[in-house]
Design a protein around this ligand. Structure first.
Ligand code: GLU
Length: 406
């Protein structure tokens, strides 16, 4: 497996040359401001105790409080968390949010925990990092294998520690815990708005534009849902157990039912069951990696047939693969723009918490559209101006915004 932090550093180094970035600023931005590793004990249901390790990386806060998710996964490593925190710095900057970049996680397989154990783990992790987070300091949110319920426990624990209700310390909460309408749909919906921009720019007809989505978590599901509802043709979907393909189109809502009842999308009928790797190489118009890092690498990049790739996962394409795709004239909408819908609505949630406001879902969706679509246009023009791919266009905008403020 490639080191995602090295990938993030190499992307930054590449853009630094393109925009003639001062080398002292580059040197600082290659490293997080602060990286914290904690260990803590959790009582298991049988009365025994287990020790877990967690991390929080705070990359940069010149534009505002550190911001970014917390993931619970056995794959969490310091390098991954550092990379993800750097990507958050660029992501918030590219859509002009008053936030910096952070990310954290706990090394744990949540499938092996009961609900009560998961709650104790979530609370224990927040106690371990309580000193370095806060509504104006560092604002966590959901990421892989964490969700609004987990965020609720964490806010509650933090509020007890500081002795007052503190909803703005964490975003991605349930509505009843102070969450925002539309936060659950936000990342997938933001990706859909990007798809609409691509369709307008490149004159793609909805009913003949075929789409393959890798990953059927919250992000992949909502993207597929909004795309098919609008009339695009979603022909392939996958989860960690495998992929399904039907060239005539797939009923996305039905796939969700099948996944919820039978455990995997591969239990769906009237489809071909293929592998995740085969899904990536399908002859479709739009490919949407919405699962994990490094799925498109030097080894398979030249076999990708899709003309357009929308990165809804963080870091799904390695820098080597990026060069191969660019040489083949593929249009890659980079993660820091394509999946920025989540953190954008996190900002709306934080703002509502701070000002004691409650916006409707329609307002949230509209404000998201009015944030991400102009950002796409700006990134596109920047890439044209620099004669680069969209990733470098997005990086150039984001990195300049941060370095001007440094
Ligand atoms: N975890 C999400 C991301 O990678 C959302 C972060 C947030 O809402 O702060 O962008």
């Amino acid at each position: 497996m490639q080191d995602p932090f090295k990938n993030a550093q190499s992307q930054l180094t590449k853009v630094a040359k393109l925009i003639n970035l001062d080398s002292a600023k580059l040197e600082k931005l290659l490293l997080p401001d602060r990286f914290v590793e904690v260990s803590f004990r959790v009582r298991m249901d049988d009365g025994s105790y287990q020790t877990f390790v967690g991390y929080r990386s705070q990359h940069n806060n010149v534009l505002g409080p550190y911001k970014g998710g917390l993931r619970f996964s056995t794959y969490v490593t310091p390098e991954e968390v550092k990379a993800l925190s750097m990507w958050m710095t660029w992501k918030t900057a590219v859509v002009n949010l008053p936030f910096g970049g952070g990310k954290g996680g706990v090394k744990v397989d949540t499938k092996k925990l009961s609900e009560a154990e998961l709650e104790r783990l979530s609370r224990a992790f927040i106690r371990a990092i309580a000193d370095i987070i806060g509504p104006d300091k560092d604002v966590p949110a959901p990421d892989m294998y964490t969700n609004p319920t987990v965020m609720g426990w964490m806010v509650d624990e933090y509020s007890k520690i500081v002795g007052r209700p503190s909803p703005a310390v964490i975003t991605g909460k349930k509505i009843e815990d102070g969450g925002s309408q539309g936060r659950v749909e936000a990342t997938g919906l933001g990706g859909f708005y990007i798809l609409e921009e691509l369709a307008t720019k490149f004159k793609l007809e909805k009913d003949t534009t075929t789409i393959a989505v890798q990953g059927f978590g919250n992000v992949g599901y909502y993207f597929a849902y909004f795309a098919s509802k609008a009339g695009f043709k979603v022909v392939a979907i996958s989860d960690s157990k495998g992929a399904i393909y039907n060239p005539n189109g797939i009923d996305v809502e039905h796939v969700l039912e099948v996944k919820q009842t039978a455990g995997s999308v591969t239990n769906m009928s009237d489809v071909d069951v293929i592998s995740n790797e085969e899904l990536l190489k399908l002859d479709v118009d739009v490919l949407v990696p919405a699962a994990i890092e490094n799925v498109i690498a030097e080894t398979n990049a030249d076999k990708i047939k899709a003309k357009y790739i929308i990165e809804l996962a963080n870091g799904p394409i390695t820098p080597e693969a990026d060069s191969i795709l660019h040489a083949k004239n593929r249009i890659v909408v980079p993660d820091i723009l394509a999946n920025s819908g989540g953190v954008t609505v996190s900002y709306f949630e934080w703002y509502q918490n701070k000002h004691n406001e409650k916006w409707t879902k329609e307002e949230v969706f509209k404000k998201l559209e009015d944030t991400i679509k102009p950002a796409f246009k700006e990134v596109y023009s920047k890439a044209e101006e620099l004669n680069s791919d969209l990733r470098m266009g997005a990086y150039a905008l984001a990195v300049s915004r941060v370095t001007e403020k440094m």
